[in-house]
Design a protein around this ligand. Sequence first.
Ligand code: ADP
Ligand code: G6P
Length: 472
Amino acid sequence: MDTNKEKGRLVVLSNRVGPLSDSGKAGGLAVGLGDALRRRGGIWFGWSGKTSEQGTFSAFDRETEGDVELVRVDMTEQENTDFYGGYANTTLWPLMHYRLDLAGFERRFEAAYRHINQRMAARLSTLLEEDDVVWVHDYHYLLVGHELRETGFKGPIGFFLHIPFPPPEIFAALPNANSIVRGMVDYDVIGFQTERDCRNFCRYITDELGGEQVDEARVRLGDRTIIAKAYPIGIDAEGFEKLARSADALALRKKLYTMLEGRHQVVGVDRLDYSKGIPERLRAFDELLQTYPENRGKVTLLQIAPLSRAELESYRDLRRELEELAGHINGAFGTLEWTPIRIMTRGFTRRALAGICRASRVGLVTPLRDGMNLVAKEYVAAQDPENPGVLVLSRFAGAARELQAGALMVNPHDPGDVAGALQTAVTMPLAERQRRFETMREPVFRTTAQSWCADFLAELYAFRAGDRSGAA
Ligand code: ADP
Ligand code: G6P
């Protein structure tokens, strides 16, 4: 499948690197990119996840898995606090998820961000050979393309944003937003999860910076014409389906069925992040038990919520809120035999997650805003076609575009709407479940991690070949 390989090595940069194996680590970027890179080979460079005195000057930590070389560097404590905890996750993450109310803007965060983007570009440049093609990922590294050009690298540089790009009216609230977007235009190809995100970015260029939309796929700013397009990310659907059918997953499913004693399980799987709408989901489950009391004792919500970014206050507040809410609902409705809501914050192997999804009658995916949401696709891939479950999906997830024809679509801000969808899901006849499942199965197996990677790279390699030169 890899027609691009001979045209130059692929070098990837993202904040988190790997692992490529089934580790029980949460995060869509690592899962999507890992699935794609495993098949293609190349270098994957980024942060080691550790802090040290040398920080980004530390020696490379190199490790080889199959055809992929994983290369990592440390950060200093301060770099980590101001870059990762600060600009990336206190400034950009909430802003990009339309949460200006949670965004914090501090000059030292921005300075750290520019410094780390420059440092990582400098370290990356020492790994590069002339024919390499560079692919940078996510909001941590909006400016690496710009910095890499400063080092003299002339090859194609692509960028993929895994999270939403908000409307210009919101992005403009970012101090120095113009300079960030101007820096991004040094990438040759910029990929987004959805057409909406792409449109928002292009509107920023045209409406705020006076640039021009050249055609459907190209936008111009000053003397730079770049490709900006939507490339929705997918999962390794066949691999996940296989995991869900594995003996281990089936054994786990059997165990869960025994524990459930004929009850339906509704499952939520999300990093503990405010963008995922987890408290709102619990309130909707509360509403289900209030409005449709026949579900009391009959339906259980299993929320898997691995802790994320726990050093930040907004995330700690969320955890507290969630525990209080679950305690309240369990206290009000629970019986000796039945606990309405179970929350688990531990990591699971992908095999276990696949088994849990297959054993769950409903997949409840209700982010308030999400770039794509791979869990929605994993839930579909894990289902038993003979007896599939139902996906309840937020209209604000990037995955909505591909899955809306088969999922029960909801507004996650409206507990009544979500409760109604849950009621429909737990009472849905088999024939309708099968029909809906088949409708969703098709896009999940068509747009995969592999096809996403191949589509993006085809564009990036074509850029070098001059097939799509920047000149309009
Ligand atoms: P995000 O990238 O915002 O975390 P996604 O839904 O796109 O959201 O991706 C999350 C990924 O992390 C999915 O592949 C999911 O299966 C995985 N994941 C979520 N929770 C866990 C967990 N407890 N253990 C292991 N993997 C998890
Ligand atoms: C999302 C982001 C990734 C990030 C992941 C986990 O998927 O798009 O870039 O790696 O969340 O978050 P963390 O802060 O733990 O890396």
